[in-house]
Design a protein around this ligand. Structure first.
Ligand code: PLP
Length: 466
């Protein structure tokens, strides 16, 4: 058949649209969207015929399938669920902590209807959104009061702005840190309107250094968790208790940015000790801020706990209104905090703690369960084996700590770096992308953070013709 004749056999847009009459697609996408997609699809077919890529007219079914495929591709969300097997448990680029399923289920109920976010059901009057988490936070941390903002960076900004705008903040030179993703203490301080007063030296800062730096312009004494780095060797820092006492004698609050902030004695979970929020509160720290989605294992949030009078001042700052959290965050945070009322169940019920406390044995067993299917999928171009590896906590918590783990290790049969990068790309392009890391000529999937073997085995059934 001649091109012209084939082109003449291509149906009209109206004919395609008639096919959709009474079908779900019409209800789901509407006539306007279907018309637009049909035009585009027919144009594509015409181009293919003109370029002789197609030598016969497509059938009506083929065309309508293409129309739907086009709409679905255009509708595909950019943000999607992925499987994090990078070996970093709290991976900022991959959304940090994962919520327990029951918390996610509660979220959907709150998301799809109205709620009593700022409403007192007893009195029928206006309420405070912080009330849903404040009782839990004070109960768990021993602090008098609490408030919540968007993330810990916002919490730091709010504390600095409330208590030290146009004033000085004393910070040790060893704590002027940059946390990944462009959070730098000196810069956030500048944005808050406060002035940095550097105290001591990088490796050694004494109580007397703070004592001589504090003056009538001082608004806050601040301690920062150095998170992603450690100063070792000839070092000294003033303790929170010492600084709290100094602050009390001079009438200046001590604020601690704890960063990851755990409520747990991590030693009881077989991990190294990390300063807890409770320890800082009982040392007399006036305000402590920490993240919701780091070691706490909850949603993105910045939690501030401390003295009632100071928390009230934070709540009165108009910036608090700009930084406040929404109902979904409050729902998720209260769900996660409730789990902390039963700490011995956390290793089971809170994903972050479950991943951190998994034994190498458990991880090895999962690897064994997955390996045969993986080998089959990637052979013969690639080989796979189980190897020992180290996972890390991530998000600046215990930066030097590494956890013994096992990984599925994939190697190209002919040692090709390019082939390895290509297969890593294929895993990332799966409908449920699987993200590993390339190290030493191998693609590693650390299974510490794998929910179940099926969470790997199901996605890779889509991994065709490697
Ligand atoms: C992570 C971190 C922050 C920033 O917290 P976000 O919740 O990511 O905004 C601030 N300070 C310290 C010490 C941190 O470790």
């Amino acid at each position: 058949m001649k091109k012209k004749e084939i082109l003449r056999n291509i149906p009209s847009v109206d004919k395609i649209l008639a096919l959709f009459a009474g079908r779900d697609e019409l209800r789901n996408y509407g006539l306007t969207r279907l018309t637009e997609a049909s035009r585009k699809t027919l144009k594509n077919f015409r181009t293919q015929i003109t370029n002789e890529k197609l030598t016969s007219a497509p059938t009506l079914d083929e065309i309508s399938e293409q129309v739907i495929a086009l709409i679905e591709t255009q509708n595909e969300g950019s943000l999607k669920a992925v499987v994090n097997l990078t070996g970093t448990v709290l991976h900022t680029n991959l959304g940090r902590a994962t919520l327990p399923l029951f918390v996610a289920n509660e979220l959907s109920g709150i998301a799809s209807g109205n709620n009593n976010l700022e409403y007192e059901l007893e009195e029928g009057s206006r309420g405070d959104r912080d009330s849903h988490v404040e009782r839990l936070l004070t109960e768990l941390t021993g602090a008098e009061a609490a408030t919540v903002v968007n993330n810990n960076a916002a919490a730091v900004l709010l504390c600095l702005n409330t208590f030290a705008s146009k004033k000085e903040v004393c910070v040790s030179r060893g704590e002027l840190v940059e946390i990944g993703g462009s959070f730098r203490i000196p810069e956030i301080m500048e944005k808050s309107g406060s002035t940095l007063r550097e105290v001591g030296t990088t490796n050694r800062t004494h109580l007397k250094d703070y004592a001589s730096a504090v003056n009538e312009r001082t608004g806050l004494i601040m301690k920062t968790h150095t998170s992603n780095y450690v100063i070792q060797g000839f070092t000294h820092e003033a303790t929170h208790a010492e600084l709290a006492n100094l602050g009390k004698s001079r009438g200046i609050p001590l604020f601690a940015d704890l960063g990851s902030g755990t409520l747990l004695n991590l030693e009881e979970f077989g991990l190294n000790h990390e300063t807890t929020v409770q320890e800082l509160i009982s040392a007399g720290t006036d305000l402590v801020s920490f993240s919701g989605d780091k070691l706490l294992g909850g949603p993105q949030a910045g939690i501030i706990v401390g003295r009632t009078d100071l928390i009230s001042q934070l709540k009165e700052n108009p910036l608090k209104r700009a930084l406040r959290v929404d109902k979904l965050t409050i729902s998720a945070l209260s769900g996660v905090l409730k789990l902390y009322r039963h700490p011995e169940t956390l290793a089971e019920n809170l994903p972050t703690m479950r991943f951190l406390t998994r034994t190498p044995d458990e991880i090895f067993k999962m690897a064994q369960e997955i390996l045969p299917a993986l080998l089959k999928t990637i052979a013969p171009k690639f080989k796979a084996q189980i190897i020992e590896t180290k996972s890390q906590i991530g998000s600046g918590a215990l930066p030097l700590d590494q956890l013994d783990s096992f990984a599925l290790s994939i190697e190209s049969a002919d040692n090709s770096d390019k082939a390895l990068r290509e297969i890593a790309h294929k895993f990332r392009q799966l409908p449920v992308p699987i993200i590993g890391r390339i190290a030493g000529g191998r693609l590693l999937f650390d299974l510490r953070t794998l929910e179940l073997p099926s969470s790997f085995l199901e996605p890779i059934t889509e991994l065709k013709s490697v």
